[in-house]
Write a protein of this length. Structure first.
Length: 137
């Protein structure tokens, strides 16, 4: 049984910074079916990582970054500033590779923490969900 914090998606995205987190989605790592957003169940990256490869993160896979990964996560929206949280994942992933999961979570929480309050900078708009502070993450 996986014991990955719900904030940590298999692809390396930090679900904790997703505008849908705890609103319509419990996070990619959650297996709780009682969430309104359904898209994650059909995510090819998630299915491959968890169900086929039985990994926690794609970076554990010998095929990383594979075709599925590139096609779904890295290739789309190139140059679109809203999606920079995706395009920086290869770099972030390399830093996380040898960390314990608890440190990965801390690292990501700190990375996405608002510098002005205890809110979280949410991706797409890179703005704090509490005080509205615009971040330069
Ligand atoms: Zn804030």
């Amino acid at each position: 049984m996986r014991k990955i914090p719900n904030e940590l998606a298999p692809c390396g995205v930090f679900c904790g910074a997703c505008p849908s987190f705890l609103k319509t989605c419990l996070g990619c790592a959650s297996e709780n079916k009682e969430q309104s957003r359904k898209s994650k169940w059909g995510c090819r990256i998630r299915v491959c990582c968890y169900n086929i490869k039985k990994n926690n993160f794609c970076i554990e896979c010998e095929e990383y970054p594979c075709k599925i990964y590139n096609k779904k996560l890295l290739d789309p929206h190139q140059g679109d500033i809203r999606f920079k949280y995706r395009h920086e994942i290869p770099e972030v992933f390399m830093q996380l590779k040898n960390m314990d999961i608890v440190y990965i979570l801390e690292y990501q929480k700190k990375r996405w923490a608002c510098p002005n309050c205890d809110g979280t900078i949410k991706f797409y708009h890179y703005q704090c969900d509490k005080c509205g502070n615009k971040s330069t993450i």
